[in-house]
Design a protein around this ligand. Structure first.
Ligand code: MTE
Ligand code: LUZ
Ligand code: MOS
Length: 756
């Protein structure tokens, strides 16, 4: 893979926050956090901790010069607790000391007394108590109450999905440096430098122009650093400002696991009605989102659940209600898919249940109801350039699914204690921040007098390859080699007022801004070349050479740049891009929120060991619509990584909290993610052919999140395998489907099961 970052990673040369060499006067912070899920702070005793040699200060909410507030969407989150704590892991105080070890030792000496208050961990219980983060959100189309009468089959049920830990390799962290004139420079492992800048400004009381935020690269973010890097940067900044020394705060793995929020657990009720031919006529669904103790990005995530509640199906009558509920868990946050996986899991559960009742295969219903060109989504937008059916048919043909099914049937006839299961998983994912104003980006391009190029955008490289894609764009426009192009770290002093690297849209948004800035410079250079060559015709650049009417002129890229410089031309350009034509009415819940949709069809095969409750994912295959991929190898890596991350969410990744709130799965011996042995035996994701996307950069489509959802097929393939062993079983749709749950499904005499 031609991706310069990978070389640095492989050689251990890439610098992450914890690798930064600090000045000798640097100090280190550690967080003292709540050990209980809910309580009033009766007393906080810092004396022993303050007496420790090396401890410079202990900061509490009283030391905050600005606002003790970091809530971005809703102002409901303190940086440091005041008199009450609302979740185990909630930061209460900051110890600043001469070494990280000293700071952590001192943290252990802090004594706190709580008056324990009732702890609510379950979103339905929070619902009964009326603990809403925001008023209910309802998307509707048609009229479901009238439609039920026309349905031959109606199924109802419940779908549950669990939390998920981001497990980025690099934990959260930040270094803050006091600079000239009361300013701060903050380096942060963040997906959102501008959000960090705002949070630091709010907490310190400094204006944004006195806070420079830089993000060089992340050891993964996966959404976990879209909002939640803010607090740790603000803590480092607060400490640096108070002590007037550089301060580093990097979480240990256990601190990160305990303090930070995860993917939102959801509990959902569904009701699906179909006609005699299996056409879906109506769908009602209610989502109970477990938001944790404060809003964070929950409202936006709730919206995306609603946007994706019908997945890639056309449903004429829909009523989807969503509640965001406050509980005593760490604030849940963005995670690859951003609420869509939870919404899609519910409708796939409903379809599975309907298929059971009708005695057909789920794939029969899935295929029958796929979106067609021009079909309306429940939010008013219609499917344009719809590739739902196209990818489905390509999957049937490419993977010879008929053969797979025959092979599986034969296997299941011949084996008593091993059973195979199979499932299709179509996906449809909308590209754009659902908050229209966030769909903007800037790019700053310098061509230096030696012909080398420096590019700044707000795109943060976190392993997804966006830097390589940006270099490719500039290289294609200027027709210069990749090694002439450097991507600078995202920095708020170079590109300001930016959106996070999120929503899979970084290459789209920043790439489009970059394209515009490069084209402007190219235009200037070509005009200069025409002047020099004394021609009315427009020269072109190909492979660093200037051509006129397809003839070489002898002028090379470097000569042209040098000449333009001598002519005192501006070799810098800045451009701003906004996604055209998107809008959304938040009262009517209608509009055109997405620039375009990504489609695809996954195909999954599993083998279940019915004695042990263990299984292997034999294959995960998909035909994925990535437009005309900017970089097919990077996109394949993204698709494979996303699918495996999804696989973990649905199967082995189980987060457990104690009844008072503390995280039980707070180490990597208690929380397992898929490794190479668990990965599908065959992982074969191919791109849908000839599928240009004029709305994307260079006809590409966003890739980061959509393939995550293929893994939902694994859940239903496993259910099919269980049914082969125990045909009468009727189960809840509860993910993750851990080995324990599988064994219960295979053998439990009790009703862990619900009847259809
Ligand atoms: N890939 C790697 N290696 N590391 C990451 O942290 N984050 C994912 C995805 N792929 C992530 C990743 C998420 S949640 C998103 S939104 C996109 O990358 C963001 O980057 P993009 O907009 O450039 O696709
Ligand atoms: N972040 C956000 C996202 O603020 N809005 C979104 O729509 C979104 N979608 C996916 C991932 N992050
Ligand atoms: Mo990704 S959840 O948009 O950071």
């Amino acid at each position: 893979m031609e991706n310069i970052d990978l070389l640095y990673h492989a050689r251990g040369e890439s610098k992450f926050i914890d690798d930064l060499r600090l000045p000798s006067d640097a100090l280190y912070a550690a967080i003292f956090y709540s050990s209980t899920g809910h309580g009033r702070i009766l007393s906080l005793d810092l004396r022993d901790a303050l007496l420790m040699p090396g401890v410079k200060a202990i900061l509490t909410s009283k030391d905050i010069p600005g606002e003790n507030q970091i809530g971005g969407v809703i102002a409901d989150e303190t940086l440091l607790a005041e008199d009450e704590v609302h979740y185990a892991g909630q930061p209460i105080a900051l110890v600043v000391a001469e070494s990280p070890e000293c700071a952590r030792k001192a943290v252990k000496k802090i004594k706190v007394l709580f008056d324990e208050l009732p702890v609510v961990l379950d979103p339905r219980e929070a619902f009964r108590k009326g603990s809403f983060i925001i008023p209910p959100r309802i998307f509707s189309m048609g009229n479901t109450s009238l439609a039920w009468d026309n349905c031959l089959v109606i199924v109802e049920g419940r779908a549950e999905t669990g939390a998920q830990e981001h497990l980025y390799l690099e934990t959260q962290g930040s270094v803050a440096y006091p600079t000239d004139s009361g300013s701060l420079k903050v380096t942060s492992s963040t997906q959102a430098p501008t959000a960090v800048q705002r949070a630091v400004s709010r907490v310190t009381g400094l204006p944004m122009n006195k806070i420079e935020v830089e993000a060089s690269r992340l050891g993964g973010g996966f959404g976990g650093k879209e909002d939640q890097a803010n607090s740790f940067a603000a803590m480092a900044a607060l400490s640096a400002l108070k002590l007037n020394r550089p301060v580093k705060l990097v979480l240990s793995r256990q601190e990160d696991l305990r303090i930070t929020g995860k993917r939102h657990p959801y509990s959902s009720d569904f009701k699906l009605g179909l006609d005699s031919e299996g056409r879906i006529l109506a769908y009602e669904v209610t989502f109970y989102q477990n938001a944790g103790a404060s809003a964070d990005l929950s409202p936006a995530i709730l919206d995306r659940t609603l946007f994706h509640c019908t997945n890639s199906y056309f449903v004429p009558n829909v009523k989807a209600t969503a509640y965001s509920l406050r509980t005593n868990l760490p604030p849940m946050t963005a995670f690859r898919g951003f609420g869509a996986p939870q919404g899609m899991f519910a409708i796939e559960s409903a379809i599975f249940k309907a298929a059971e009742k009708m005695g057909v295969e789920p794939s029969y219903l899935q295929e029958k109801n796929l979106l067609k060109e021009g079909d309306a989504f429940p939010y008013g937008q219609s499917a344009e350039g719809c590739r739902a059916k196209e990818s489905w048919l390509a999957a049937l043909e490419t993977f010879e699914t008929g053969e797979i099914k025959n092979r599986i049937e034969k296997f299941n006839r011949e084996n008593q204690f091993f059973k195979k299961g199979f499932a299709f998983m179509p996906i449809c994912f909308g590209i754009s921040f659902t908050n229209a104003s966030m769909n903007q980006a800037g790019a700053l391009v310098h061509i230096y007098s030696d012909g080398s190029i420096g590019i700044s955008t707000a795109a943060v490289e976190m392993g997804q390859g966006v830097n390589m894609k940006l270099r490719q764009i500039a290289s294609a426009i200027f027709q210069v080699s990749l090694d002439k192009i450097k991507i600078e770290p995202a920095n708020t002093t170079r590109v300001a007022n930016t959106s996070p690297t999120a929503a899979s849209a970084a290459a789209d948004l920043n790439g489009k801004a970059l394209e515009k800035a490069c084209n402007e410079l190219l235009e200037r250079l070509l005009n200069a070349a025409a002047l020099k060559l004394k021609t009315e015709d427009k020269p072109v650049i190909i492979n660093e050479e200037i051509l006129l009417k397809e003839e070489k002129t002898g002028l090379k890229w470097e000569d042209l740049v040098k000449m333009a410089f001598d002519e005192r031309m501006d070799l810098t350009s800045h451009a701003h891009h906004i996604t055209p034509g998107i809008y959304f009415d938040k009262l009517l819940n209608q509009g055109r929120p997405f620039n375009y949709h990504v489609y695809g069809t996954g195909v999954v095969e599993v083998t279940l060991d019915c004695l042990r409750g263990t299984y292997t994912v034999d294959s995960l295959k998909a035909i994925h619509d990535s437009g005309k991929p900017l970089n097919p190898l990077i996109d394949r890596g993204q698709a494979e990584g996303a699918a495996i991350q999804g696989l973990g969410w649905l199967t082995m990744e189980e987060i457990a909290y104690a009844s008072k709130g503390p995280l039980l799965s707070d180490s990597l011996s208690a929380y397992k993610v898929p490794d190479v042995y668990f990965s599908p035996g065959e992982l074969d994701i191919r791109f849908l052919k000839a599928s240009d996307n004029p709305r994307g950069i260079f006809n590409s489509k966003a890739i980061g999140e959509p393939p995550f959802m293929y893994a939902i097929g694994v859940f239903f393939a496993l259910y099919n395998a269980i049914k082969e062993f125990r045909p009468e079983v009727r189960m809840d749709f509860t993910a993750p489907l851990t080995n324990e749950r599988l064994l219960l499904a295979l053998y439990s005499k009790e009703k862990n099961t619900v009847t259809a």
